[in-house]
Design a protein around this ligand. Structure first.
Ligand code: GDP
Ligand code: IMO
Ligand code: MG
Length: 422
């Protein structure tokens, strides 16, 4: 079986938590795009594990985890994560595989990301400044350096020097101090030695797993609204978040995917700039932010929050053939007397579809809301759907009907155990 987990909104929907649960039975858990702009959290008995590159399935005994082709790797971040899990006693040489096709985030990518943001001034996009845009730009313009080159040290050094010379000219034009290649060679050398035993032909591994009907779990990062093509460009990330990104980023044919799980946070959150039609600025927003601990897993930035935006989520479902939904963080809505859900958009008095909107339309349109009565009870320990307050059940059922996709999991706390299977 092949399962894909993707974020249906602006990221941070709780993908890490859902992947961790599903990973218990998986043979392979795979990151296939993005880099350490992602921050996926797993919570086990109160202990928090943030993941940026290594797939969230690593805490489960069974699976081998794979950093596949489309993922971009920052050496410092991967080495640090490897240290964390090795210290916990996890044998990464047995548990982690890495594709040689993964591109490396070089020091100049991070500098360029920062320099572009500074140059944009008040129009900055709010990137995570992890070098994601520049590394993918180098990938598509044939200027990237991959794990493949890293394993051939003289070739790597030659390529690094050549690219750094060009990038330094741009950095100087931005008024930024150029980078010195020598400063970074030791960290890349260390990375090369650490990853060498883990680098494999992941294509062949996936093909064999498919043939043997193994269980492959694909861990998407970010959210569909951040997809480079279909998100609200330029307020997007650099990779393809949608279902098609699987084929591009892992070589696993999209046609082979059996289940596409859309993770839907019971409200909206977003880090970074760009329009957010249902954004709240009042006391309710503060409440949701504090109770939901809506602060970036990667950057610590406070997340913007708003009501659930169903036209956007519906678009994500159609775009990525989502056929299973997991609703997360519904417990955070407990205690609100009323809960609103956006069901339509209007612009200049006329209905407008999400697919017709770019960021200019999204900035101006009026969300049309349906209002639900809330529930008071703490639901974080509830184990069955029928025991949820009736208003909470109604909220879930409405989402299901609107999206025309079955809700299979309702998550009621960050804890691994706190998931209701519907
Ligand atoms: P991801 O990027 O999609 O993996 O999501 P993040 O980990 O960045 O953000 C989701 C946050 O919500 C994390 O702190 C999770 O521990 C937490 N979380 C996940 N599911 C639930 C839930 O059902 N209820 C609550 N209260 N927190 C949750
Ligand atoms: P996970 O996987 C939330 C956002 C950034 C910014 C935009 C571009 O944890 O859900 P980038 O650094 O990628 O060039 O920034 O994309 N962004 C995310 N927001 N969760 C994420 O990942 C994100 N990955 C990127 O905040 O607005
Ligand atoms: Mg996150």
């Amino acid at each position: 079986m092949i399962q894909l987990v993707i974020g249906s909104q602006w990221g941070d929907e709780g993908k890490g938590k859902i992947v961790d649960i599903m990973a218990a039975k998986a043979d392979l858990v795979v990151r296939f795009h993005g880099g350490n702009n992602a921050g996926h959290t797993v919570v086990i008995n109160g202990q928090k594990f943030p993941f940026h590159l290594i797939p969230s399935g690593i805490l489960q005994k069974k699976p081998t985890v794979v950093i596949a082709d489309g993922t971009v790797i920052d050496p410092d971040v991967l080495l640090e994560e490897m240290d964390i899990f090795e210290k916990m006693g996890i044998n990464l040489k047995k548990k982690l595989l890495i594709s040689p096709r993964c591109h490396l985030i070089m020091p100049y990518h991070k500098e360029l990301d920062q320099a572009y943001e500074n140059a944009r001034g008040k129009n900055k996009l709010g990137t995570t400044k992890r070098g994601i845009g520049p590394v993918y730009a180098d990938k598509v313009s044939y200027n990237g350096i991959r794990i493949y080159e890293l394993l051939d040290w003289p070739l790597f050094v030659e390529k690094f020097k050549f690219q750094a010379e060009i990038k330094n000219k741009i950095l100087v034009a931005f008024g930024v101090i150029p980078i010195k290649v020598e400063t970074y060679l030791s960290i890349f050398k260390k990375l090369a030695e650490r990853v060498r035993p883990m680098v494999r032909d992941t294509f062949a591994i996936f093909q064999k797993a498919i043939k043997q009907k193994k269980y492959i779990l694909l861990e998407g990062a970010h959210g569909v609204m951040l997809d480079n093509s279909f998100g609200l460009y330029p307020y997007v990330t650099a990779s393809n978040v949608i279902e098609g990104g699987v084929n591009i980023g892992s070589g696993v044919p999209s046609k082979r995917i059996d289940e596409v799980w859309g993770i839907v946070k019971a409200y909206t959150s977003r880090v970074g700039g760009g329009p957010l039609p249902t954004e709240l600025f009042d006391k309710i927003a503060e409440d949701i932010r504090e109770r939901g601990y809506e602060y970036g897993t990667t950057t610590g930035r406070p997340r913007r929050v708003g009501w659930l935006d169903l036209p956007a989520v519906k678009f994500a479902c159609l775009l990525s053939s989502i056929n299973r939904i997991a609703i997360t963080k519904i417990d955070i809505l407990s205690g609100l007397s009323q809960i609103k859900v956006c069901v339509d958009y209007k612009l200049d008095g006329k209905k407008i579809e999400f697919s017709q909107c770019g960021y200019l339309e999204l900035e101006k349109l009026t969300p049309i809301y349906k209002t639900f009565s809330g529930w008071k009870k703490d639901i974080s320990k509830i184990k069955s759907f029928k025991k949820l307050p009736i208003n909470c059940q109604k909220y879930v059922r409405f989402i299901e009907k609107y999206l025309d996709v079955k809700v299979k999991i309702v998550s009621v706390s960050p804890e691994r155990k706190a998931s209701i299977f519907v």
